[in-house]
Design a protein around this ligand. Structure first.
Ligand code: ATP
Length: 324
């Protein structure tokens, strides 16, 4: 069966790294790609950052591969994630041989609730000088992320930590934590819990003590960026936005306007996102081939400047395709 993949390069280095991921996917499988626009460029031309046809394509295809959007990121990524009802954001952060990482033994996966918390967008102006934000936590969303996180950990053989701040946010994170603990009991799964602020410190000092970290939305966003710093930078971190039927894959990094157009962006984060896409489409062998090629290229080079090398994006692409 040929699966359909919507390809949205977007802005900045998204336009440089997404074609590499598409070439890699093309080398390992039989996929049908259709490219669509989103982001600042199309907004300038049409007034809309996320054209209706792009959103519809994401809703209808088997998977979507997205690069990055610049200023309009919130108007692109959030509606795209909700178009596929994405409830889970999965962000693996692992160190690779050959990359100068602060913690070469780190192998973490952040499983982040993707719809609520302080990112639910419930803000208001009480007066000109006072503004508020409502933190939304529900049992169904907490249950969905906990079930996904515990299943992912069991499947990939990781230990689980549930991150929270229920000692302060007693009602909201109390519900998040209680729900995760109930799910763990139902599944007979082992886990530990951690206050998210103390966890940030422990992750910096001893990341190898952790595996899957199940987090509320904002905590997952921040802790996974912190973990990027532990393993060699944003150029290496892939992510998956999982919905009940479809999923959207994107690098954790943004459009990187400071290096866009120079041809030196590291494509590995997006290529590893493509490997996650293969896994989601139950093409484990293709996923493994991509990961193996990435590991070999990271071990032997060439490396882009973010990893201390002098290679261009296309040199890394060629090295990956040679291995595949
Ligand atoms: P945006 O507003 O789109 O999020 P940003 O510059 O604020 O853009 P990132 O795009 O995530 O945030 O970039 C943060 C830093 O990491 C920048 O200095 C950027 O050059 C660097 N960076 C991010 N991704 C890569 C990559 N794939 N290769 C090399 N450097 C990268």
């Amino acid at each position: 069966m040929t699966e359909t993949i919507t390809v949205i390069p977007g802005d900045g280095i998204g336009r440089e790294v997404v074609p590499v991921a598409v070439a890699v996917l093309d080398a390992v499988g039989d996929f049908e790609f259709t490219e669509y626009d989103a982001g600042d460029r199309v907004k300038e031309a049409t007034g809309e950052a996320l054209p209706e046809e792009t959103k519809r394509a994401a809703e209808e295809s088997d998977a979507t591969l997205f690069g990055a959007a610049g200023e309009s990121a919130a108007d692109v990524v959030l509606p795209l994630r909700s178009a596929i009802d994405s409830f889970a954001n999965v962000r693996p952060a692992r160190a690779y041989p050959g990359v100068d990482a602060l913690h070469p033994d780190a192998d973490l996966v952040f499983v982040r609730e993707n719809t609520e918390g302080v990112y639910a967008g419930i803000e208001s102006d009480l007066t000109e000088e006072v503004r508020t934000l409502t933190r939304l936590i529900t049992e169904p969303a907490s249950r969905a992320i906990a079930e996904f996180g515990f299943d992912y950990a069991a499947e990939h053989d990781y230990e689980v930590t549930v991150a929270h701040k229920a000692n302060v946010m007693r009602r909201t994170d109390g519900l998040f934590l209680d729900t995760a603990e109930r799910v763990a009991d139902e599944k007979g799964a082992d886990y530990e819990t951690a206050l998210m602020d103390a966890l940030a410190m422990h992750l910096v000092m001893n990341p190898a003590d952790y595996g899957v970290v199940i987090c509320p939305n904002l905590a997952g966003d921040m802790l996974s960026d912190l973990a990027a710093g532990l393993v060699g930078g944003l150029g290496l971190l892939p992510s998956a936005n999982i919905g009940p039927e479809r999923a959207l894959f994107e690098p954790v990094h943004g459009s990187a306007p400071d290096i866009a157009g120079e041809g030196v962006a590291n494509p590995v984060a997006t290529v590893l996102s493509a490997a996650m896409c293969c896994e989601f489409l139950e093409r484990s062998e293709s996923a493994e081939r991509i990961r193996q090629a990435v590991m070999e290229v990271l071990a032997d080079g060439p490396h882009t400047p973010d990893l201390g090398g002098t290679a261009a994006t296309e040199d890394v692409e060629r090295a990956l395709l040679d291995r595949l």
